[in-house]
Design a binder for this molecule. Structure first.
Ligand code: GDP
Length: 194
């Protein structure tokens, strides 16, 4: 997949704000600071694209980006913001769950996990939710440049064991060092065409 163009389309606060068409979508989800914006920018070769998702007011919305005029990357609101009140967290959660449960355009969810932290409860819950709705999961470990080579090897062994026989695919990327990005683009391309 070669990404030739990428642009911000709109932000949605509820399902009825989402575009009504047949354009396939790949959603990205992960806790804050996992490296989601950096990864979206790196995948699209666009330095400032995901900055839009960080502008005040937009962090709690679903942000839509049109890629190559043929598919969309969706930036879902991040979870794990420690300082956010419980009531606000509940409203984000509802928005994300509504999107996952009802969005016909959705082809796969890229669940981002910080390589150094591994899977925590919220990521596991998100994955269970996707499995329940039969949404393909692209489990993506970020910032692998921060791991020592033996840690990197161990992470891959653990993933191979944990997801043996499952349809969940694991990717290991470093947006900063351009590791694993082309492989991930190819995976997403396959999901878009499925
Ligand atoms: P977001 O909150 O999930 O959108 O996270 P950001 O993309 O803003 O990244 C959070 C921090 O992690 C920033 O300081 C990034 O520079 C850093 N970061 C992102 N990707 C990588 C990576 O691949 N390697 C390293 N070492 N740092 C990264």
């Amino acid at each position: 997949m070669k990404i030739k163009s990428a642009r911000f389309i709109l932000s949605a606060a509820k399902m009825s704000d989402c575009p009504e068409d047949q354009i396939p979508e790949i959603a990205f989800c992960g806790r804050s600071n996992v490296g989601k914006s950096t990864l979206i920018n790196a995948l699209t070769n666009h330095r400032k694209l995901a900055k839009i998702s960080k502008t005040p007011g937009k962090t709690r919305l679903i942000n839509f980006f049109l890629i190559n005029d043929v598919f969309r990357f969706i930036d879902l609101p991040g979870f794990g913001y420690a300082k956010v009140p419980q009531s606000v967290k509940a409203s984000w959660r509802k928005l994300v769950e509504d999107y996952l449960a009802n969005r016909k355009n959705l082809k796969a969810v890229v669940v981002l996990v910080d390589s150094r932290r591994g899977l925590l409860e919220e990521e596991t819950q998100l994955m269970e939710y996707c499995l329940y709705y039969n949404i393909p999961i692209e489990l993506t470990f970020t910032k692998i440049d921060k791991l020592k080579s033996n840690e990197n090897r161990q992470l891959k062994i653990n993933c191979a064991e944990s997801f043996k026989g499952s349809e969940t695919h694991c990717s290991f990327v470093s947006a900063l060092k351009n590791v694993g990005l082309q492989e991930l683009r190819l995976r997403l391309d396959k999901q878009i065409r499925s």
